[in-house]
Design a binder for this molecule. Structure first.
Ligand SMILES: [Zn+2]
Ligand SMILES: [Zn+2]
Length: 436
């Protein structure tokens, strides 16, 4: 017997209680308001670092128009998707799976054209990363691929290997945001940032104090100490000549690397714990014991090992291999990536992997191994979004829960009712799935 749900009208299966045009118009309005609420603080925080934020002309003529533009981009995709899905159902007389890929593909293509050109690349990488994970989950649910034990950990390790390689050897292949994040969390060998310089000053003050007051050693100026260590290391062996840190040799360099990243982890944890409760002092006090919980230190340990461990392994490899090439950074990144065990998260691993994949793509284009295809960003964004909408509607269990939450927020609350109403069609099509 043919399951009649396949033929349900779009009014029943997609937008119960609203006409096609009515639903489309309401999604446009609700998604626009919801997206503006997300984008306004986001763009505002993003501009805090620059002095422009105090200029009312910048806020009125740049920041707010950008917020409106990005909000329109999101709402047009949601609204058009719904309208095109209706067209598909009404044209073909039933719900065909393929129409739920084509509708979001076209909607995304039109939507991304509205968005600023500079943001398209970042958006394409973001959705491609989500789509790759969804493809994996779809294949896994069909038994085509099997879950690899610790697969996320290995993915993170290899990605970190590539990122550390690019950071040192071909930084131009890293996108601006990746370069900033690597510098922030791991630091840069040649140009210590202000935070690292501060940690370095405190470190040397403490070691000088311990050395002169507690161990009662003859006080030596830091300049002399650096000179001594450098000249010692120069005379030891040829391999040591490769390690020029200029700040007291390998041991302080590694320790400072660990401390700066560890402290950064503590600062981030404190911000997340206390910032949301700044205006409610009673609740703020209740947050303090949470800082002492073991889980609070996992991020700090993870970052500390990334920062200090990568330096330790690179210094050791320089001595062992007697050379400084990209392989040292790759190995260091891959080994130190094991610290991910302290703070494992699929989202972080997928983000790091997408950034590594993006740089590998740029490297292949640069070396002439592949040709960049025209409208690559638009095609990637549209295909990935099309696939994600397709899976989110037909096999919701195969998209990351955080993406479903994003769909709910970005659609102005429409997504759960659409996906819920679609349940009978989903069952009729024969895909074992539930809307959770
Ligand atoms: Zn309709
Ligand atoms: Zn060294």
């Amino acid at each position: 017997m043919v399951n009649q749900s396949k033929f349900l009208s779009c009014e029943k299966a997609l937008h119960p209680g609203f006409s096609c045009d009515g639903a489309s118009a309401r999604i446009l309005r609700d998604a626009f308001v919801s997206a503006a609420k997300i984008y306004l603080p986001l763009f505002f925080i993003g501009s805090l670092g620059s002095k422009k934020i105090t200029d009312w002309r910048y806020v009125a003529f740049r920041l707010i128009p950008n917020v409106l533009r990005s909000s329109l981009f999101i709402s047009v995709i949601g609204s058009l998707w719904c309208r095109l899905a209706c067209v598909g159902r009404n044209q073909f007389g039933m719900h065909y799976r393929i129409s739920y890929f084509i509708a979001p593909f076209i909607a995304s293509w039109i939507g991304i054209i509205i968005e600023k050109k500079e943001r398209r690349h970042e958006l394409a990488v973001y959705v491609a990363n989500q789509a790759v994970e969804a493809i994996w989950r779809v294949l896994e649910s069909r038994g085509v691929v099997k879950q690899v034990k610790n697969g996320i950990l290995y993915l993170f390790c290899i990605s970190m290997g590539f990122l550390l390689y690019f950071q040192k050897n071909e930084p131009s292949l890293l996108s601006g945001s990746t370069r900033t994040l690597l510098r922030l969390f791991i630091g840069a060998e040649s140009f210590p940032d202000a935070f690292e310089q501060r940690v370095e000053r405190i470190y040397f003050k403490i070691t000088d104090f311990v050395s002169s007051k507690i161990l009662r050693r003859k006080p030596t100026s830091r300049r002399k100490k650096i000179h001594r260590i450098d000249s010692d290391s120069h005379s030891e062996s040829k391999s040591n000549q490769i390690c020029f840190h200029g700040r007291g040799g390998c041991a302080p360099y590694i320790t400072i690397g660990f401390l700066r990243s560890f402290l950064l982890g503590v600062v981030i944890r404190c911000l997340f714990l206390f910032l949301p409760f700044l205006l409610t002092p009673k609740k703020l006090g209740k947050q303090v014991p949470k800082l002492l919980e073991k889980s609070s230190w996992s991020l700090a340990m993870f970052l500390g090992i990334l920062g200090g461990g990568s330096r330790l392994i690179q210094c050791a490899l320089r001595r062992i291999r007697g050379t400084e090439d990209g392989l040292n950074q790759f190995i260091a990144g891959a080994i130190v990536g094991l610290a991910f065990k302290f703070n494992q998260s699929t989202e972080v691993a997928m983000y790091v992997a997408s950034k590594a994949a993006e740089s590998i793509y740029f490297m292949m284009v640069n070396r002439g191994l592949i040709k960049p295809f025209p409208h690559g960003e638009t095609i990637t964004f549209s295909a990935a979004t099309g696939f994600l909408f397709f899976v989110a509607l037909l096999e919701p269990q195969n998209v990351r829960p955080s993406y479903r939450k994003f769909l709910t927020r970005a659609s102005g609350g429409w997504w759960p009712s659409i996906a819920g109403a679609f349940t009978p069609v989903r069952k009729a099509i024969g895909i074992p799935s539930t809307y959770v």
